[in-house]
Design a protein around this ligand. Structure first.
Ligand SMILES: COc1cccc(CC(=N)NC(=O)c2cccnc2OC2CCNCC2)c1
Length: 389
């Protein structure tokens, strides 16, 4: 039976698609905190819950190793996400985070960490509704424990702990279709190091193309082209917050960032997140912004390389500089910092610049989901202003 678990959850159900009589918004009302299950869900007997304190170096290493060996792979199992430890500490400790939402599963006898799931708080606007949500991520079950139905109980446990903090909605993404996507996005890749990408099988040499012709095709200038283009600094947080809030207001679903959020999520952090802005040379005004995060992938089974250095488009705002020129400058910076590939989803205004900047379509889709919040119709990717890590 397909979706046995998801048909028991307060999410949009496939059978309700097209039923426009169902109102957009929360599916279930909050329950009084006294009625939320106080004790953890039962795990199969060999396993126990653990809260992963990622400030503890040893625990952070355990989480890193579990994800490095067991997290998401591409459809052809040639690559696996390889989130760094500093990235995980950044992703899991935003303003107002709860350690209790960093949930692990250990083998009672050996104490080995064999599964993980996380939530972080986020204020997300859905049309005119700003909703306190949790962003769910890093659901990972050790390869040897798959099909033991651990994922449903982990999802129920993180939901229970989120309910205890009086939060009733969640946002998450997946490469698979489960009830029911609020948007389905395509991912695109822009080669920066085509020789390596072809060598590791990420890309293929185009028909009637030589390697030297391919290298020439993706060549980028040594330096950025936009006057006033520079790294974001702490002093820019108020202006970037204003710019970003204004820009994101046009999308149906987007984060409701305040200055604290912008300081955490967008201030440059080496090997984690890069952010640049355009400060108009004459007015000194900040008119544009672009950012990408660093998510390497392990290359599974290649003699010459073990890691693919990938940049993922994050939040970009173009008000004076054409988006094409802004993202081209982001590509130039990424190439200069030895990234092999620059990835983007076709969300926000990205679709308009992908082909011209020589992005190629990826071989998969990324589906966005809301928990306990119904949307009458799926959104077009261009209506989505939310990037999850
Ligand atoms: C290249 O190495 C890979 C290793 C594992 C999976 C994939 C394919 C894939 N599933 N890609 C994406 O989900 C993706 C493609 C473009 C932009 N963001 C993405 O995912 C982000 C956001 C969701 N959480 C993972 C990172 C590629």
């Amino acid at each position: 039976k397909k979706h046995k678990f998801w048909e028991t959850q307060p999410v949009g159900q496939f059978r309700d698609l097209g039923d426009t009589s169902l109102p957009e918004g929360p599916i279930e009302q909050p329950t009084p905190l006294s009625e939320v299950k106080q004790e953890p869900y039962n795990l199969p007997s060999p396993y126990e819950w653990t809260t992963c304190d990622i400030d503890n170096e040893d625990t952070c290493i355990e989480v890193y190793n579990l994800l490095t060996n067991n997290y998401v792979e591409d459809d052809e199992n040639m690559f696996r996400f390889n989130y760094s430890r500093e990235f995980l500490r950044w992703a899991l400790r935003p303003p107002g985070y709860f350690k209790s939402w960093h949930i692990g599963v250990r083998v009672k006898v050996s104490k080995k960490l064999v599964a993980f799931i996380t939530g972080v708080p986020a204020r997300i606007r859905v049309r005119d509704d700003v909703v306190k949500m949790t962003e769910i991520n890093f659901l990972c079950v050790h390869k040897k424990l798959r099909s033991k139905r651990l994922a449903p109980v982990m999802i129920k446990e993180v939901t229970r702990r989120v309910h205890l903090e009086n939060i009733w909605q969640a946002a998450y993404t997946a490469g698979v279709v489960i009830p029911t996507p609020i948007a389905t996005c395509q991912y695109w890749h822009r080669s920066l190091n085509p020789k390596k990408l072809i060598d590791v099988g990420f890309s293929r040499l185009g028909a009637r193309m030589t390697m030297s012709r391919t290298i020439k095709l993706y060549k980028l200038p040594e330096s950025t082209t936009t006057p006033g283009f520079r790294k974001m600094e702490l002093r820019d947080v108020p202006a970037v917050t204003r710019l970003l809030r204004n820009y994101l207001s046009q999308f149906a679903v987007a984060p409701d960032f305040d200055e604290n959020d912008v300081e955490h999520w967008l201030l440059p952090k080496e090997n984690v997140v890069d952010s640049y802005l355009v400060e108009s040379p004459d007015t000194r005004e900040i008119t544009d912004f672009c950012s990408f995060y660093t998510l390497p992938s392990s290359i599974l089974g290649n003699q010459n390389y073990s890691t693919l250095k990938a940049a993922y488009s994050y939040y970009n705002v173009s008000t004076q500089t054409p988006l094409l020129q802004l993202i081209n400058d982001a590509l130039i910076v990424a190439k200069h910092n030895d990234y092999d590939v620059f990835n983007a989803l076709d969300i926000m205004h990205n679709e308009s610049i992908l082909k011209e900047l020589k992005f190629g379509p990826g071989d998969g889709q990324l589906h966005y989901y809301l928990y306990n919040y119904r949307m009458s119709n799926a959104l077009k990717p261009s209506e989505l202003g939310l990037v999850l890590l």
